[in-house]
Ligand binder design. Sequence first.
Ligand code: ATP
Ligand code: MG
Length: 676
Amino acid sequence: MKYVLKTSAPQRHSFDLTRELNPQQIAVVEAPPRELLVLAGAGTGKTRTLTYRVARLVAAGCNPERILLCTFTNRAAREMVARVEALLGIDMRRCSAGTFHHIGNRVLRRHGQAIGLSPDFGILDPEDARTLLGSVIAELGIEALSARRFPTPKVLANLISLATGTRQPLEKVVEQHNLKLLDQAGMMAQVARRFAERKRQMNVCDFDDLLSEWLRLLEDPSLRNVGDELRAAYDHVLVDEYQDINAAQGALCDAMAVGHQSLTCVGDDAQSIYSFRGADFTQIAAFRARHPQADLYKLTINYRSSPQILALANRSIAHNRSQYPKELQAVKPAGAVPAVIPLRDVFQQAEFIAQRVLELHHEYDTPLARMAVLYRNHSHSLELQVELTRRQIPFSVRSGLRFFEQAHIKDVCAYLRARQNPQDALSWVRLLRLWPGIGAQTAEQLATLLAAPLSQSTGGSSAQRLAEQAARARGRARDALTRLAELWAILEDPALQSPGDMIRRVVERHYGEYADRNFPNAAARKDDLEQLAGYAARYPAASEFLGELALVQGISAENVLGAEEPDDKLVLSTIHQAKGLEWPICFVLWLAEGRFPMATAMRQPADIEEERRLFYVAVTRAGDELYLSYPVIEETRDGPSHMLRPSKFLLELDTLPAVFDRWQIEEAPADPAPVG
Ligand code: ATP
Ligand code: MG
């Protein structure tokens, strides 16, 4: 019998665009599916317009599965997709929406076999990649060969990553970014080649591979069939935040759109802030050069910010030479003039923000979540975190020590990774080292054995292999391996599929005890692990959990684990991570010369413009109120305290007509001492 499964067609085919968008935006939404670039300033509705364009395509009959939507964060993609679902009443789960890395991961699981990747490949996060690079350097005996100090794995990883992102030879990147290493570029390239081989042998990809291997599928003439299949899977490509993509991502967009030429890109060159990662604000110019026939659209009405905030933002960005000029009109009514607040020191700065936040919360009924504190550097938030904790103001840190980068989390995940992909030697080393009686050398040897492919002739499972090794070992190592073999037999039981349960078994059977012996705060860490297990339980299989995990960089525990219980919390975020977001009230702190602009970020003259774009991104996050603060005196730990100068970004705003109000802070007299 044949049974036809109906495609879920949109329930509402039309929605009234004129009520939701202005004519400039509607023109973009309704433009025919060709190459088009929307170049517009902050808060003009680029993201909103792109969302409606997706909705419009689906309403016109396009299957969501055939739409590729690239965004800066996966969270942004989820929000856009949810909006389309709400508009159309249709299930959009099959739409390919997310970061380039997220999409690359999916593409390679389906098509990676053509380049020797099996569908269950593992993902190396940046720390793993550095570890592997370190072992390649050791393996090639570079230290001994090289007369000069060879770059550390961290430096080298960064350069390799830049080479991949900018699509340039490593040597060129070294020349641009670290000239004094140039005479070692040949050896560095050799390490990079070996590093790539090792990753393939281990059946793993690092973050760069998720892009470069995807691109290879599209560009390698010998993989023509795969490339054609991949391109034929989509009818439309749409990209948000185009100003912050790198050359590899630009090439991906082009290559994916080759067949249908439906490529919609939106961006704002004034908000390009990721050049240190190889993103390049000239990508917008490069797009126009590659696609001279593309239609150019502009959006000029800003819906987010009050005219006062917009005036400040416009005056600031006018100091940048390299930009497309943009005129922004505000539609909001006049609001509060932005405030500039000099404070005595960082502690007073923290007190000011905490007090003002509470005032706005209690006296003006502003929910905490509608306020954000933004900063140049994560470390700028520490005093504030302490002050907020002291006053019991709930806050969530979007830039903190990343939950998933903590040792105990990574240790337990190593178990799941080696379980999912036994060829992952790094994870074996990591988990073996946790056992008493197993030193670095033994761990390496065992890992090599355990990571060797399980062939038909030798047969067996990892648990059997561990048991064999236990039988050969002596003393404490024997005990350890025996227990590990038992634990592995549990993990390999086909009945145990839930990654949450796997984590709990690992903690019960080994890690709980390990934590007790090794961490002063073992209880808190075990708590974290229980939270992790709860989070992992949402995923049906370990591979899905691990794939997601590797990609949630930059999301703190609270964001991920607390996602279910929306809580009213003040947001603390670096400016980099606040991109595309908005809050009615924003504080930007530490606006002192040397901190913001940051002294160490200013190696080249163009860097001041990048720092100013960062300032522009910060102030354009605010809707109604903006507070810009800086400490005047800096205490140093041992030496005398010294005066700080206000940021040049503030000084250059200080012309007439005034765009800010300077606040004078007075301290209330201390309560009189009780008499008696
Ligand atoms: P950014 O440059 O910061 O990424 P953006 O250009 O993507 O900003 P959006 O985030 O899409 O701008 O929109 C900014 C705000 O303005 C949002 O709250 C959005 O809902 C609102 N907005 C945009 N267009 C309209 C409109 N036509 N009518 C009402 N509100 C709008
Ligand atoms: Mg946006």
